[in-house]
Design a protein around this ligand. Structure first.
Ligand SMILES: Nc1ncnc2c1ncn2[C@@H]1O[C@H](COP(=O)(O)OP(=O)(O)OP(=O)(O)O)[C@@H](O)[C@H]1O
Ligand SMILES: [Mg+2]
Length: 470
């Protein structure tokens, strides 16, 4: 029994004793007083039933009856008609104690049950929330008016949403998407699941829209499951690119090989002609042009053959920091001519890479030259190295013209160029080299703001260094 229970217990006993004493000390001819006292007994009985439920009600009712009964004997024989009423009152005491106790007990049990159910429901809610939040897909519930009622962590992460900007907001505004409302209405009208591939906030997603039902089978809105397609699309693109590269490579090497022989013959013949035509300036000039053009064609062909020939890379351990410093020296003059300042942040900590340093150099030069060429009125080319787990990330960022949205997926294609003098092979070669080294290259660009090329290469662990013996 707790403290308030004890106080109530004392009050109940006190009341019973006081009322009983009043009975015994009031002369028995004061009939009206006795009537009044007798009814007072209901107070401790009801109080006890409320406080201590069925047990309390019964015990107090029995106690009161036992205390009251001897008092009745005092009247025995004198007031025969009322005596019966008074015995009835005892029955009533017990009945009231019983019924009140029973009702209170029932109420308490119901409350207990309710509490238990609330706990169970909360547990269930936490459980479902945990499940929802452990799903990487975005899950968003929307009511019949298209307002967002709930969402999981996956949805916030996928679209980079802020929790407070989402809750209760219209879905078409949050998604900035004009067809979403139409799709939701269609699901609400047909009661059927709808699947659509689309882009939301630039992110390619597959949407699964399910009708949301109450237990009474009434439609309460929809649930949107948003599947992130970015990675899949990127992989698909990589596969397509690789296929294109190998097809082009094969074709190009065939053509290049065939052209090289006649070119060599033409060159020999033109050299002979040059000697013959020593006195005729006009012919000499023409032959010079022929020779220059042959050289130019030869360079392109050499590049093509380099690209296509499955040559064995001379792989070794090299220090990337030193390679980048060498690159700075190589490109400094070219940058200066274009009024470009190269800012490099190369960490002191030695970064070891296993690969063909000449190829990596070529890959990086292509990106650096592109960056410089993208800034016709000068600017800043920012190069930095960052270690991340087993990889090194090389960021090459320019403040140039940027890349058109529709060009972004073409820049690695062979012969794609927007430059008058370009061959469109630079990034194709870079892509191939990086891929051969187990790395990857990504681009982020904003029109008129500049481009960022992110190159990731695996690095050698200390253990790998020991084993390689290089
Ligand atoms: N940093 C950059 N900023 C803007 N556009 C770029 C950048 N890098 C590449 N591009 C675009 O991608 C195209 C392809 O680049 P790539 O290096 O493959 O060929 P190119 O530079 O045109 O010719 P090449 O490198 O063979 O001389 C470029 O023509 C240009 O439109
Ligand atoms: Mg280039």
């Amino acid at each position: 029994m707790n403290k308030t229970g004890r106080v109530d217990f004392i009050i109940i006993i006190f009341l019973v004793i006081v009322i009983t004493l009043l009975h015994y000390f009031t002369p028995f001819d004061k009939w009206g007083f006795h009537e009044f006292y007798r009814r007072l007994y209901y107070i401790p009985i009801i109080l006890s039933a409320f406080r201590f439920r069925l047990k309390g009600g019964i015990i107090t009712a029995v106690a009161v009856s036992t205390l009251y009964a001897p008092h009745l004997l005092l009247y025995w024989g004198s007031l025969n008609i009322d005596i019966l009423n008074q015995f009835l009152e005892i029955v009533l005491f017990i009945t009231v104690g019983l019924i009140t106790g029973f009702l209170v007990e029932k109420r308490d049990n119901q409350q207990k049950l309710l509490k238990h159910q609330i706990i169970k429901l909360t547990e269930l809610e936490n459980y479902t929330n945990n499940i929802l939040n452990s799903i990487v897909n975005g899950v968003i519930a929307v009511d019949n008016d298209g307002k967002i009622t709930s969402f999981n962590e996956g949805a916030l992460n996928l679209f980079n949403f802020n929790r407070n900007d989402v809750k209760g907001q219209p879905i078409e505004e949050v998604f900035e998407h004009d067809r979403i409302k139409k799709w939701i209405n269609k699901v609400l009208a047909t009661d059927e699941v709808l699947r659509e591939e689309t882009k939301i906030k630039q992110i390619p997603v597959k949407l699964h829209i399910y009708p949301l039902k109450t237990p009474e089978r009434k439609t309460k809105g929809v649930v949107l499951v948003c599947e992130d397609l970015a990675e899949i699309k990127e992989l698909e693109e990589q596969v397509r690119r690789a296929e294109r590269l190998s097809a082009v490579g094969e074709f190009a090497s065939g053509v290049a090989h065939e052209i090289r022989n006649p070119l060599a013959i033409i060159k020999t013949v033109s050299e002979t002609l040059k000697d013959e035509a020593k006195r005729n300036n006009e012919i000499k000039e023409a032959i010079n042009i022929i020779n220059e053009e042959i050289d130019r064609a030869d360079t392109v062909i050499k590049e093509l053959l380099d690209f296509a020939r499955p040559h064995k890379a001379r792989k070794e351990n090299f220090i990337l920091n030193d390679l980048l410093k060498e690159l700075m020296l190589l490109t400094r003059k070219y940058a200066k001519q274009h009024e470009v300042v190269i800012q490099a942040d190369i960490p002191k900590k030695q970064i070891n890479v296993y690969g063909d340093p000449e190829k990596i150099k070529q890959a990086l030069i292509n990106v650096i030259l592109n960056g410089i060429q993208a800034m016709p009125r000068g600017g800043i080319l920012d190069i930095n190295l960052k270690l991340q787990g087993n990889e090194v990330i090389i960021n090459i960022k320019d403040t140039g013209v940027g890349i058109d949205e529709e060009h972004k997926e073409k820049i690695f294609n062979p012969f794609f160029t927007t430059k008058d003098e370009g061959t469109g092979l630079g990034l194709t070669i870079t892509y191939k080299i990086i891929e051969e080294h187990g790395g990857k290259i990504q681009v982020k660009s904003q029109k008129r703001e500049g481009s960022l090329f992110i190159i990731t290469l695996p690095i050698r662990s200390e253990k790998g260094l020991e084993n390689s013996g290089g």
